[in-house]
Write a protein that binds this ligand. Structure first.
Ligand SMILES: Nc1nc2c(ncn2[C@@H]2O[C@H](COP(=O)(O)OP(=O)(O)O)[C@@H](O)[C@H]2O)c(=O)[nH]1
Ligand SMILES: [Mg+2]
Length: 218
């Protein structure tokens, strides 16, 4: 096929050739909508996985790293910014849901309760939900909410992929120790969780996490 010149394509900024989702399906993820309440989400059909985590844990950065798109989800140095259920869809319609970050102390109590209930309702009722991706800072122990998410997955029989984020902040040995501690807590409770040490900054664990996320979406 003959290529025509396009003035918007400066050297080095040519788009990838062919189907953008060709190398991995998450690359085709696109923003659909942001909801304030679970009833504003797309119809409860098809296949969906949700991303949960404490505010500032690196949830948006993880979604961007997994999708290979630097600006898909908004990242912020200011915790407590994402207070919506953000929906992304793959080319074939399967969805990723970015749940509101929890645990940010400066959010007013009433708003925190609102989101707590919204997350709770979503996780309890959503039939198309196939699994949860929990983002937890590798430097900290699992929070009370992390534990509730894992216990919730056990109750509903859903798998939970735990991305131990910001692994670049620790040495390899420290990261391994932290991961073993979390694995131990998961095993002790019989939670349906699997951990991956992850860094959006260095890309460590991203390929493995991508494969695990795609497995959840099967
Ligand atoms: N060093 C490092 N910083 C990270 C990583 N992931 C996120 N961050 C930083 O942590 C802060 C919060 O990240 P964000 O993705 O917005 O967190 P969210 O609130 O959970 O969505 C930002 O300043 C990010 O740049 C990582 O893998 N390594
Ligand atoms: Mg975020």
């Amino acid at each position: 096929m003959r290529q025509t010149h396009h003035p918007g394509h400066a050297a080095g900024r040519l788009p990838p050739q062919g189907n953008p989702a060709a190398d991995h399906p998450l690359r085709g993820a696109a923003f659909v909508l942001a909801a304030h309440r679970p009833d504003q989400l797309p119809a409860d059909a098809g296949v969906e996985i949700a991303f949960a985590g404490r505010s500032n844990a690196g949830k948006s950065s993880a979604i961007n790293a997994l999708s290979g798109q630097a600006k898909l989800a908004r990242t912020s140095a200011t915790p407590g910014r994402t207070q919506q259920l953000v929906v992304f869809a793959l080319a074939d319609g399967r969805r990723l849901i970015d749940l509101p970050g929890y645990g940010y102390a400066k959010v007013p109590v009433a708003l925190r309760d609102h989101w707590r209930q919204a997350i709770d309702a979503y996780l309890r009722r959503r039939q198309c939900l196939r699994g949860l991706v929990l983002i937890s800072d590798i430097r900290h122990a699992l929070t009370e909410f992390d534990r509730q998410m894992l216990a919730f997955c056990a109750t509903r029989g859903l798998p939970c992929l735990v991305l131990l984020s910001k692994a670049d902040k620790l040495s390899r040995a420290q990261a391994r120790t932290r991961q073993r501690e979390v694995d131990g807590a998961i095993a002790a409770h019989g939670w349906p969780g699997a951990t991956i040490a992850f860094s959006a900054t260095t890309g460590a664990g991203v390929a493995e996490a991508r494969a695990a996320v795609m497995a959840l979406l099967e």
